[in-house]
Design a binder for this molecule. Structure first.
Ligand code: C2E
Ligand code: CA
Ligand code: CA
Length: 631
C-alpha cells in the first residue's frame, strides 16, 4: 500500500514541479522586467535548485525504483520533504510580496499561489497530511501578513486567502481519505488474490502428489516413474542402469512384528535411496517391498559397484519404536540401451535378474544376461505345466523306506513326489520351489497328503507302517492346513498315528509363533512332526525346545562326511535328542560303513539308497514281504 501511494505521488510529480517552475519564473521575471529585484532573483534560484533536486529524485525513482520491490515508506518521505520545502518557499515568497509589490502584482501572485494550492489537493492526495497542509503553508502566513498590513484594502485579500486555505484543507482531507481508502481496497483485493493463488497452488501440489507419489514413502509411483523413464529413454542415447531392488526378509518382519514396523522400514528405505541417489525423480516404489532406481550415465562395472554399496546401506539396522530390525536387499540390473530400449522391457529384465539372484543367494547384485531369460522362460513353462499337473494325472508318489537301526525292519515310508511333464521327469527340487513361488503348493500339497493316506492303508495289513509326508512352510502357514490334514485322514479312515509330517529346517526363518501353533495342533491330533534336513539351516536350540518336534532327520551331507567332521555333529545331535526327547533319523545312508558308524552313534532310524531307493507303489507289497522275511 505504501508503494502504491508513492507511485501515485511520483506519478503526478513532474506536472507539479513544472507548474511550480513556470509559476515562479513568471512571477519573478514577468513583473519586474527589465530590472529584477535581486532578493526575488535569489529566491527564484533557490526554488530552481530545489525543483531540480526534486526532478532528479523523480527521474531516479522512475528509472531505478518504479518496477522493483522498493521501500514505499522511504520514497514517500523523500517526496514529502521535497513538497513541503517547496510549500515553505512559496510561503516565503508570498510574505515577502505582501510588503513589496503593487496591488496588481500582489493580486496576481495570490491568484497564482492559490491556483497552485488548489491543484495540490489532487496531486498530493496520496499523502493525507501533506495534501491538507500544503495549501495552508502556501497561503496562511501571507494572508496573515495581508491582514496585519496598514492598507485596509489588503485585509479583504487576507481574508480571502485564509478562507481559501481553510476550504482547501477540507477538500484535500476528503480527497486524501478517498484516495487512501481506494488504495486500501486495492491492496485488500490483491492480498485476497494472493491467498487464492496460494490455495490453488497448494491444491495443485496435492493433486500432483496424489497422482504421482506413493503416499507411504513419497517416492514416485509406477505411473510417474514410467513417465520419467520414458523421457530419459526418448531423450538421449546415453547408457544408464536400471536397478530392481527387492528387500530380503521384509515379509517376515511385516507378518511377525506388524505393519507399523513394516511401514517404518519402507519409509526409511526410501530415505536411504534418496540419500544415495542424487536425482530423486528416478527412484520409485514399484510395489510392496520392491523399488526401482536409475543410475544415470553408468556402465555395468560402475553400476555393480554402486549397487553393492547400496545393499550395504539398505542392510544397515533399522531402529524402530522398541526394536532393532534388519532387512537385506537383492538387486537386479538391466542396462540401457544394451539390454533393452523400452522402459517396460528394462524393468522386466532387471526384475528377472533380481529373481534369478534371489534363487542363488540373497542380498547380492546380479546383472541381466540372456541365459536368465531362458531360465525364467523355463520356470514359467514349469509353472504353466504344474497348474495342470494334477488334472492331467502327471503327478505320482514314490515311497522310500525308513528302517529301524535296531531291527532293520521298515518303520515308515517317506512319500516323495514325482512329476512327468510330457514324458520328461522333472526333479522335485526344481518344481517344488516353483509351486511354492506361485502358490500352487497348496493344491499340490493337499493332493500329496490325500494320496499318501490312501496308500498307507494298503501296507498296514500285518505290521504298522507309517507314512511321512513333506510339507512346505507355505502350506503350514495356511489357516486351512489343519483341516486339510483332518479331511485327508478321515476320508481315508487313517488313524493320525500313522501320519508323520516333515517340515524343513527353513521354518526357523519364518514366523515361529504361527508355526509353533500349527505344530502343536498337529501333535494334539496325534500326528508326529519331524524336522527335515537338520543341520543345513537356521535351527536354534531354544527354537528346537519351543517347537518340541518328535523327530529330527539329519541331513545327508553329514552322513556323507561321517568319516570326517560329520561324526562330531551327529554325535552332538544325539546328545540333544536325549535332552530334548526326540528320535533321530539319518538320511542318505549309502554304505554299510555309514550304517555301522551311525548305529555306533546311537541313531534310531536309517533312510538311504543302501536300504532302498524310493519305490514305485506297485513294488511296495513285494518289498514289505521281503523285508519281513529277512528280519
Ligand atoms: P527330502 O525330503 O530331504 O527327501 C529326501 C531326498 O533325498 C529325496 O530326493 C530322496 O530321493 C533323496 N535320497 C534318499 N536317499 C538318498 C541317498 O542315499 N543318497 C542320495 N544322494 N539321495 C537320497 P527327492 O525325491 O529328489 O526329493 C528332493 C526334495 O524334494 C525332498 O527332499 C523334499 O524336500 C522335496 N519334496 C519331495 N516330495 C515332496 C512333497 O511331496 N512335498 C514337498 N513339500 N516337498 C517334497
Ligand atoms: Ca523329507
Ligand atoms: Ca531331507
Amino acid at each position: 500500500m505504501q508503494r502504491d501511494a508513492a507511485r501515485l505521488l511520483y506519478g503526478n510529480a513532474v506536472a507539479g514541479i513544472m507548474i511550480s517552475l513556470l509559476t515562479s519564473s513568471f512571477l519573478v521575471f514577468a513583473f519586474s522586467y527589465p530590472r529584477v529585484d535581486p532578493l526575488k532573483k535569489m529566491w527564484w534560484f533557490g526554488m530552481f535548485i530545489l525543483l531540480l533536486f526534486r526532478f532528479i529524485d523523480v527521474i531516479w525513482w522512475k528509472i531505478k525504483l518504479q518496477n522493483t520491490e522498493f521501500d514505499g515508506k522511504k520514497s514517500i518521505t523523500h517526496f514529502v520533504i521535497g513538497a513541503n520545502i517547496t510549500a515553505i518557499m512559496w510561503s516565503i515568497y508570498l510574505v515577502y510580496c505582501t510588503n513589496q509589490v503593487n496591488d496588481v502584482q500582489l493580486t496576481t501572485t495570490i491568484i497564482a499561489i492559490a491556483a497552485t494550492a488548489g491543484g495540490s489537493a489532487t496531486v498530493l492526495a496520496a499523502h493525507k497530511y501533506t495534501a491538507m497542509f500544503y495549501p495552508c503553508i502556501l497561503l496562511v502566513p501571507g494572508s496573515i501578513g495581508l491582514l496585519l498590513s496598514e492598507e485596509k484594502s489588503l485585509h479583504l485579500l487576507g481574508i480571502l486567502g485564509l478562507s481559501f486555505a481553510f476550504v482547501m484543507l477540507l477538500i484535500s482531507r476528503k480527497s486524501a481519505n478517498f484516495t487512501v481508502h481506494t488504495l486500501f481496497l486495492k491492496n485488500e483485493n490483491s492480498v485476497l488474490i494472493d491467498s487464492m493463488e496460494e490455495k490453488v497452488k497448494q491444491r495443485t501440489q496435492k493433486i500432483y502428489e496424489l497422482s504421482n507419489l506413493d503416499p507411504l514413502t513419497r517416492l514416485y509411483n509406477r505411473t510417474a516413474f514410467l513417465e520419467q523413464l520414458k523421457r530419459v529413454t526418448t531423450k538421449s542415447e546415453k547408457q544408464f542402469a536400471l536397478l530392481f531392488i527387492d528387500l530380503d526378509g521384509f515379509k517376515k518382519i511385516n507378518d511377525s512384528i506388524g505393519h507399523k514396523a513394516g511401514d517404518d522400514i519402507l519409509r526409511e528405505t526410501a530415505n536411504r535411496l534418496n540419500q544415495f541417489t542424487s536425482n530423486t525423480q528416478l527412484v520409485c516404489r514399484w510395489g510392496g517391498d520392491e523399488f526401482l532406481v536409475v543410475f544415470a550415465e553408468t556402465d555395468e562395472k560402475r553400476a555393480v559397484e554402486k549397487s553393492n554399496k547400496l545393499i550395504s546401506l539398505l542392510s544397515e539396522p533399522h531402529t524402530t519404536e522398541n526394536s532393532i530390525l534388519s532387512v537385506g536387499a537383492t538387486i537386479g540390473i538391466a542396462l540401457y540401451p544394451n539390454h533393452a530400449k523400452t522402459e517396460d522391457r528394462l524393468i522386466q529384465l532387471a526384475d528377472m535378474a533380481m529373481y534369478y539372484q534371489k534363487k542363488q543367494m540373497r542380498s547380492a547384485v546380479c546383472v541381466f544376461n540372456e541365459e536368465m531369460e531362458e531360465l525364467f522362460a523355463y520356470d514359467l513353462h514349469l509353472k504353466n505345466g504344474l497348474t495342470k499337473a494334477i488334472e492331467n494325472k502327471e503327478l505320482r508318489l514314490v515311497f522310500q523306506p525308513i528302517i529301524s537301526s535296531q531291527t532293520l525292519k521298515v518303520a515308515a515310508f517317506e512319500a516323495l513326489l514325482r512329476w512327468q511333464l510330457k514324458g520328461k521327469d522333472i526333479p522335485p527340487d526344481e518344481f517344488i520351489s516353483i509351486a511354492e513361488q506361485y502358490g500352487l503348493i497348496h493344491e499340490i500339497g493337499a493332493w500329496v497328503l490325500n494320496q499318501a493316506c490312501l496308500e498307507v492303508k494298503n501296507w498296514n495289513t500285518e505290521q504298522e507302517v507309517i507314512v511321512c509326508v513333506n510339507v512346505s512352510v507355505i502350506q503350514l502357514q495356511d489357516d486351512n492346513f489343519i483341516s486339510i490334514v483332518e479331511s485327508a485322514l478321515s476320508e481315508n479312515l487313517i488313524p493320525p498315528e500313522l501320519l508323520h509330517i516333515e517340515i524343513t529346517e527353513s521354518v526357523f526363518a519364518s514366523d515361529l509363533v504361527v508355526i509353533t501353533d500349527q505344530i502343536k495342533s498337529l501333535q494334539a491330533m496325534g500326528i508326529q512332526v519331524s524336522i527335515d534336513d537338520f543341520g543345513t539351516g537356521y535351527s536354534s536350540l531354544s527354537a528346537m525346545q519351543d517347537l518340541a518336534v518328535n523327530m529330527v532327520k539329519i541331513d545327508r551331507s553329514f552322513v556323507n562326511k561321517i568319516d570326517s567332521n560329520g561324526k562330531a555333529i551327529i554325535s552332538a545331535v544325539m546328545h540333544m535328542s536325549e535332552a530334548l526327547n526326540f528320535t533321530v533319523i539319518a538320511e542318505g545312508v549309502e554304505t554299510q560303513e555309514q550304517s555301522q558308524a551311525l548305529l555306533n552313534l546311537g541313531v534310531h532310524y536309517f533312510q538311504g539308497y543302501h536300504y532302498s531307493r524310493p519305490l514305485e507303489i506297485k513294488n511296495i507289497p513285494a518289498y514289505l514281504e521281503e523285508n519281513q522275511n529277512n528280519t
